[in-house]
Write a protein that binds this ligand. Structure first.
Ligand code: PRX
Length: 632
């Protein structure tokens, strides 16, 4: 693993943001803030937590019984009290919380904190009507509309555990997640809109609940109020009917700091996805702190995170983090290139967005279509840019900095994961930025690049990125599979292993290179090779399949599949298209292979494990490394 990376340590190119960025930022001087944290880690998090309101204070900041941590012991709170009541009860009552835009200008909705508060209370009362209570699981499979966020907050209000599934997932992916979590209720909509087309969601849910006996009710949001939707009354209920006549107040359930807030599934290296469990107290503190300090959010900001709440980025930075900070957020169902590649820049100009947080894939797409698109719009409201989900390559950094930020805006390249809940590494505001490098650990986080024995590797040498101390918003376990959780902390002694390869420079800046396991990050989304392989094998023509990631200029990585057909099946274009369609229907469009090669055999170990590494080396014309375990 200890490869030498071509990091030209002495030719470091740094961008130094203007002094006022740092002087006016919440965090101020990074080194000072980091030293303060190191001097008293528990005291550091204690004072962050005190900025929020608790029903009962904690006895102890943390308890660490390797590898399980508990934070803010015996503290009682409700995250929605801090996202809503705290603002409604003071000067943010009539401040705009959410601005939503559909695909066209005509579709717009604006909710103040007061309006959002009542909408959440009403839906919480609606869920209670259906018998949902503390600890019950609710699956949310919705388009990016305000009701998606309202449903999440309504669950949190009454102590139900939400599990949001991205609306782009197909039947079997949804079914697996609903069953995994044992959802009592599924909240969905009749349609989502994408590039001008209505894409049905309700029928996906109806198929996905067929063999999921835990599901008692399905709540359906009608997108078009004038268009009725067929409701099967024994199981289904119309969102608006459910809200009919309910109270617009709903007391916030007092939750223990360690009660689960939500479970979010992420791809695993084996076939089944992992239900990452986050808790009420620690997650609240972590997302509040990072939104405030990494994005330096102020009351006058208009914050836009382009993620869907179906992913962790949306949970933490479209919903909880910004609302905990009383921010005004833009959310949109619009796609960046529809109706044309100016859509996002138009929205920034129109809504006066000041903080813009997106993914490298989107940035590379914008680069490709050319700077004439952003140049048509006035982007002078922007003050901070952000990036997440995959490495931001230096070319994309420079384009983003120059063309979008006009050499003025710091770029917050943030490294973190579903499991970490909050940002872990970045270059804090005012610090010199090094393109290609994420930066250093946030004050509050202890991270390093180490070898398999846990020993820090010298600058310029590759290693594994690890976190060395617990942090408040770390996942607490994997739903129903604590053993799988423990693996994260047992691979390298004393450390949480992120399974990312990284390299450090002499200033401690960290470059994240990619995954060290069988996950492929495609356009910023984690896809497990095993998931795609089992989707392919579930097609009647396929005997065996192996999937690898191959470099892609736009998406970072693309999926290539090698397929062995069953006896008597002939390869061909038609079958290739069938397989693509099959993967789309089972897993969803994000998991579609961009290439399928029909083969006669696959490289395997003597014990029968497919050696994807060998396929990948072959594909990229590289040395396959140690092949002594290869079957033949
Ligand atoms: O490989 C890293 C990559 O995305 C993985 C986490 O994926 P997920 O849990 O889906 O969360 C994505 C959004 C937080 C990481 O293990 N990754 C995330 N951010 C970056 C990154 N790689 C490089 N640079 C980043 N800024």
């Amino acid at each position: 693993m200890a490869e030498n990376f071509d990091v030209k340590l002495d030719e470091a190119k740094y961008y130094t943001p203007k002094a006022h960025c740092r002087e006016q930022s919440w965090v101020g001087d990074y080194n000072r803030a980091y030293q303060e944290f190191l001097a008293n880690p528990d005291g550091f998090w204690d004072s962050v937590a005190r900025e929020l309101e608790w029903f009962q204070p904690w006895d102890r900041v943390k308890e660490w019984e390797y590898p399980h941590a508990r934070w803010f012991l015996n503290g009682k709170l409700n995250i929605t009290h801090n996202c809503l009541d705290r603002h409604v009860q003071n000067q943010r009552r009539n401040k705009v919380a959410i601005m939503w835009r559909g695909e066209t200008e005509e579709e717009e909705r604006i909710l103040t904190y007061r309006q959002l508060y009542h909408a959440v209370c009403r839906f919480a009362n609606g869920l209670s009507r259906l018998g949902v209570g503390k600890g019950d699981r609710v699956c949310i499979y919705m388009p990016l509309v305000p009701e998606q966020i309202i449903a999440m907050l309504a669950c949190a209000r009454i102590g139900a555990i939400h599990s949001v599934v991205f609306g782009g997932f197909g039947v079997s992916a949804l079914n697996q997640r609903i069953k995994g979590i044992g959802a009592k209720v599924v909240v969905t909509a009749d349609f989502t809109y994408r590039r001008g087309k209505a894409i049905p969601l309700k029928n996906v849910v109806e198929e996905a609940v067929v063999n999921a006996p835990s599901v008692e009710r399905i709540v359906i949001l009608r997108r078009d109020l004038d268009k009725p939707v067929e409701i099967h009354p024994e199981m289904e209920v119309d969102y608006y009917d459910l809200m009919e006549g309910v109270e617009r107040e709903c007391p916030a359930e007092p939750m223990d700091a360690e009660d689960p807030l939500f479970v979010l599934y992420t791809s695993g290296t084996t076939g089944t996805p992992k239900g990452i469990v986050h808790t009420c107290g620690g997650y609240m503190v972590g997302t509040y702190y990072t939104t405030k300090n990494v994005f330096d959010i102020k009351d006058s900001d208009i914050f836009w995170c382009t993620a869907d709440p179906g992913w962790i980025t949306g949970h933490s930075y479209c919903v909880y983090g910004p609302l905990l900070n009383g921010a005004t957020c833009l959310i949109t169902e619009a796609t960046p290139d529809y109706p044309d590649p100016g859509t996002y820049w138009d929205l920034i100009e129109e809504y006066g967005v000041t903080i813009f947080y997106t993914a490298p894939t989107a940035i590379r797409m914008f680069m490709r279509v050319g700077e004439e698109w952003p140049n048509r719009y006035n982007l002078s409201s922007l003050r901070i840019l952000g990036s997440v989900g995959e490495p931001l390559n230096p070319e994309a950094f420079e384009w983003y900095y120059r063309t979008i930020g006009k050499d003025r805006c710091p770029i917050m390249d943030t490294w973190w994961q579903t499991e970490t809940g909050m940002h872990m590494l970045t270059t804090m505001i005012g610090e010199p930025m090094r393109p290609g490098f994420v930066g250093r650990p946030l004050p509050g986080v202890v991270a390093d690049v180490v070898d398999m024995a846990g020993k820090p590797v010298p600058p310029g040498t590759g290693g594994l990125l690890v976190i060395k101390e617990p942090w408040p918003s770390m996942m607490r376990t994997i739903w129903n599979d604590d053993e799988r959780y423990c693996k994260y902390w047992n691979t390298i002694p004393g450390c949480y292993t992120a399974a990312d390869l990284a390299v450090k420079d002499k200033d401690g800046y960290i470059m994240v290179i990619g995954r060290s396991d069988d996950l492929i990050v495609v356009a910023g989304h984690n896809i497990g090779t095993a998931e795609v392989e089992s989707a392919l094998v579930s097609h009647e023509a396929v005997a065996e399949a192996a999937v690898i990631g191959i470099p892609d200029a736009l998406k970072g990585n693309a999926i290539k599949a090698f397929v062995i057909l069953r006896n008597g099946r002939r390869p061909g274009e038609k079958l290739r298209n069938d397989l693509v369609y099959h993967v789309r229907m089972t897993l969803g469009p994000i998991a579609i292979p961009s290439e399928i090669e029909f083969v006669e055999s696959l490289p395997k170990t003597r014990s029968g494990k497919i050696m994807r590494r060998v396929l990948k080396a072959q594909e990229l014309g590289m040395d396959p490394g140690d092949i002594s375990t290869l079957e033949e």
